[in-house]
Design a protein around this ligand. Structure first.
Ligand SMILES: *Cc1c(COP(=O)(O)O)cnc(C)c1O
Ligand SMILES: [Zn+2]
Length: 557
């Protein structure tokens, strides 16, 4: 391996990599980059990569650590990339992939950063360090410092949920709660480190952060290449960049690193293009979004963040903003924001429809995807990767309200006694199933049926009957007399229009409300045929589960 260099983007200072500088020793500013010999790396990867384990350290040549002996690893990175199947169907976008960063050792993508940063601390003989965090960095660094034998002081804003703070403490770090914003917390932590002469982790300004986040780009490009094959214009580039990479940001370290990763892949000829970045913030703390829209070159800080999603409440984004702004202006991409409510709603949709339970800070990215699809920013054929940046933590308290569990009282005399077969118990077991309304799904496409069934099941209150053609559908309707019919228009035997005619002609059935679910845009004539019989028209591939449920609620009153 030829020598690894570190250089300053501001003044051009450069030297062989010795230690993880957090600011340029020449000009004092903070945008340092590691430089590698990409030709050499490409040759080595072509020869060896396939045999290496799938963790972030498989890209070792492009990670700045001098000696493997200092490596602190717990299997970080190497997270799966998979399609969000039901979401793809709901939104009519077949290529939405989830990069599942929940599966890191402490449940967030910060584990990549912690592994490299703590290894670098070890390499430089640091045994005690200070950081400020909105939660997940503290958790992850605490785990890795425990592993490395480093004592950590974690300064957290008092708004960080207690569950996260307890986890930091469990790993043996000193937890310091600061009543103030995250930016104030950072100042307090830095001052503490200065007074005690301890190493202070400077987040985005440290080499380790950007360099570790690159591995997200490497992995997902390698994975997309396997799933989709090389890009149409591939030449000899075996990997593949998505059209969109969406991530929620506070400091913006994720997308900054991902961008650098794709630049390196491009330099090595492994991909053919750069993705567009979507950097998403939450409305109550969206300095980057506001500054971008106001065409500001430096971010205007938000001094008093107003959001429950503290994980990404960084009011003063620092050097990532001008970098991301430039990238997005030059290459396309967007800064988006969503409300807390939109993020919580996205959490419900992703958990109920695709089985992916994430923390609100991660759901912010999915909520933005929903917006970008409905605004036509994400096109039907776009390949989209959404970073599912962290796992659920117990905020469910306010997410689910009070009515989320069912209980049964068993008045058994002793624990060993058999369950009493009393009327009361049986009746209460009966009541556990509160499916009071019946809905018939008349739909010939099994995937669409599965999706609709799943939407209704997750709601819990509907008894579902299904039929796969118009004739069978009418039979089901006669037999089950449902409270509502979900009707596809294109079906064998009798199509949807004919089913509607038949319902209309039957006195018993003519009052059952119908929601038509169709895959295509209707002609004015067809619309007219539907208008007197149908309550709502739903376009397949352009609704979310909760929108359908709202429509159903509206119809059933
Ligand atoms: C840290 C974090 C973010 C924001 O990432 P930055 O790169 O710091 O902007 C988003 N989601 C989760 C779960 C995080 O822990
Ligand atoms: Zn410099």
């Amino acid at each position: 391996m030829r020598e690894l260099f570190i250089e300053c983007a501001d003044c051009g200072w450069r030297e062989p990599y010795q230690k993880p500088w957090s600011a340029c020793p020449e000009c004092g500013r903070g945008w340092l980059d590691a430089r590698y010999d990409y030709e050499e790396v490409r040759l080595k990867w072509d020869a060896e990569l396939a045999r290496r384990p799938f963790t972030m350290w498989r890209y070792r040549e492009l990670l700045p650590l001098r000696d493997d002996a200092h490596l602190i690893t717990m299997g970080e990175g190497g997270t799966p990339l998979y399609p969000a199947t039901n979401l793809c169907m709901m939104l009519g976008r077949p290529h939405i992939y989830v990069k599942d960063e929940r599966q890191g050792p402490t449940g967030s993508f910060k584990d990549r950063q912690a592994s490299l940063a703590i290894s670098a601390m070890k390499e430089n003989g640091i045994t005690e360090a200070v950081l400020a965090s909105t939660g997940n960095v503290a958790i992850s660094y605490s785990a890795y410092s425990a592993h490395a034998g480093i004592k950590l002081w974690a300064f957290l804003t008092s708004a960080v949920p207690a569950e996260k703070m307890r986890e930091v403490a469990l790993y043996g770090s000193e937890v310091v709660k600061v009543t103030g914003t995250y930016d104030q917390t950072k100042q307090v932590a830095a001052e503490f480190a200065r007074r005690k002469d301890l190493h202070y982790d400077r987040g985005i300004r440290s080499i380790a952060v950007k360099e570790s986040m690159k591995t997200l780009a490497f992995e997902l490009a390698e994975q997309l290449g396997q799933i989709l094959g090389p890009a149409p214009d591939a030449q000899d580039a075996p990997w593949r960049a998505p059209d969109w990479y969406i991530q929620s940001v506070s400091g913006g370290m994720g997308p900054v690193g991902v961008w650098k990763g794709f630049e390196e892949l491009l330099a090595m000829g492994l991909v053919t293009h750069m993705p567009k970045l979507a950097c998403v913030q939450v409305e109550g703390c969206a300095p980057m979004v506001h500054s971008f829209r106001a065409e500001l070159e430096e971010a205007e800080p938000v001094l008093n963040p107003q959001t429950l999603i503290t994980t990404i409440a960084t009011g003063r984004p620092g050097p990532a903003y001008p970098f991301l702004r430039r990238v997005i202006l030059e290459n396309g991409g967007t800064f988006e924001m969503v409300s807390d409510e939109e993020a919580f709603r996205a959490m419900h949709v992703m958990a109920k429809m695709d089985g992916i339970s994430m923390e609100p800070a991660a759901a912010v990215a999915f909520a933005a995807l929903f917006k970008m699809v409905s605004q036509g920013i994400v096109k039907p054929d776009d390949v989209v990767v959404v970073d599912c940046s962290g796992h659920t933590f117990p905020v469910e308290k306010f997410l689910l309200g009070d009515d989320w569990a069912r209980s049964v009282e068993v008045a058994a005399k002793t624990e060993a006694a058999p369950l009493p077969q009393e009327e009361g118990l049986l009746a209460s077991l009966e009541r556990l199933d509160r499916r009071v309304q019946r809905i018939a799904i008349l739909e010939d496409d099994p995937d669409a049926t599965r999706l609709l069934r799943r939407v209704l099941q997750a709601h819990g209150e509907y008894q579902i009957d299904e039929a796969y053609d118009g004739e069978a559908g009418l039979e089901v309707v006669r037999r089950a007399s449902p409270d509502l019919i979900l009707l596809d228009l294109m079906m064998p035997k009798l199509d949807g229009f004919e089913v509607l005619e038949a319902l209309k002609a039957d006195e018993q059935l003519q009052d059952i409300p119908v929601i038509v679910v169709t895959a295509r845009t209707l002609t004015p004539h067809e619309r007219k045929r539907l208008s007197d019989r149908t309550h709502i028209l739903l376009q397949k591939g352009s609704f979310l589960s909760d929108e359908l449920l709202e429509d159903i609620d509206a119809v059933l009153g």
